[in-house]
Design a protein around this ligand. Sequence first.
Ligand SMILES: [Zn+2]
Length: 440
Amino acid sequence: MRRVVAAAVVAIALAAGCGNPGTAPEPSAGPTSAGPTSAGPTSAGPTSAGPTSAGPASAEPAGGAVVSLTFDDGLRRQEQMARELTERGMAGTFYVHSTRVQADGYLDRAQLTRMARAGHEIGGHTRTHARLPELHPDEQRREVCGDRAGLAALGFTARSFAYPFHAVDAAAEAVVEECGYSSGRGRAGAAAERTAPADPYNLRTPLSVGARTTLAQAQEYVIAAERRKGWAILVFHDYCAGCGPLGVDPELFTGLLDWLRGRAVAVRTVGDVIGGDARPVPPVRAPSIVLNASLENYFGKEGLPDCWQLDGRSAKATFGRVAGARSGRWAGRVEVTGSDPARLRLAIRQDDGACAPTPGGTEAPALSVWYTSTAPVRFAVSTRSGDGVWAGWTTGPEFPATRAWRQATWKPRLPDAAGISFGLVLAAPGQATFDDFALR
Ligand SMILES: [Zn+2]
């Protein structure tokens, strides 16, 4: 998928931060795509209670002004920030990725559960820190609804969402609402939000509080909200002195919290300011396109691209992502030295529709992919019937070895498929690299 980056969005991201750490390795296991919506501890715990809830910060606002302290990306060091809040009778909103829970450098399930029990809110932030306005709506649903379902499976009923990079448009807002969230934290660098926001799916925030923010600046965000009897939604990332542009010095952070306790302003989670119970996670809606078609996102199990599965891996066959992609950053490469190369098959995950698309229209769908290879290749395809049963694999005609990127297209006859999975296999030992799958 070609990345079309709006200049305005880039400017906002640079100004506001909200990056992912980038250096953290992938998690060893991904979440399941669906789960209970109310099992386990909910993130909607006690809203303002805490061990020291007597301070003015947890009382109802005298002048009506409210502050929400929000934390992005589920970074492990945020557990200490949560602790600082709890010690002062405050609760924060933590926007996490369901796919990164348990990953190195990120909060794990036990930590998040403890935080939720202490009254902190666990919200969603997409599966892969995606820039939603650039994605097809089906891909947005995977990122937002799939992430919320993943959080539910971990025991967190998320009410609140934050757009990665503060990147939001009307289509993304519609998806966030459809996925059952009651708010989306959006545009940064704005004046204080209203406590009854005009658009709860694009909540306005000041710029992220980072390494270059002074205590006076952070206080000014709050004072501005107090002046308008509004809502200051402060954004934090990492917690450390001198660890990068998004790291907040502990001295500044605890200084801000102590200062807040003396103000006539309420500190409340985003979900509690918006109000209302958590809505159910909507049922899975099968995509009409190939998700993660350019093999860019690797947050699934075993280092595989999200929404893809690998069959027939053995000592004589490997799969890996490689640079030199046709588009985006990565392409996928399979290499087979042993016999029966067609057994190694990277294909769309055979599921109930979280990943496997439903071919639309009455015509036979066209499967396509761009590839280079040292041996001939074939498509392998499998379909899911209406009652959810996957058929065995069928392979298509051979396409020749090629050094330059070449597009292979095949229109198989598929009897009334409710879902489809396909991939490319080698017809002889060798190596093949592929990118940009499509279903039309
Ligand atoms: Zn983020």
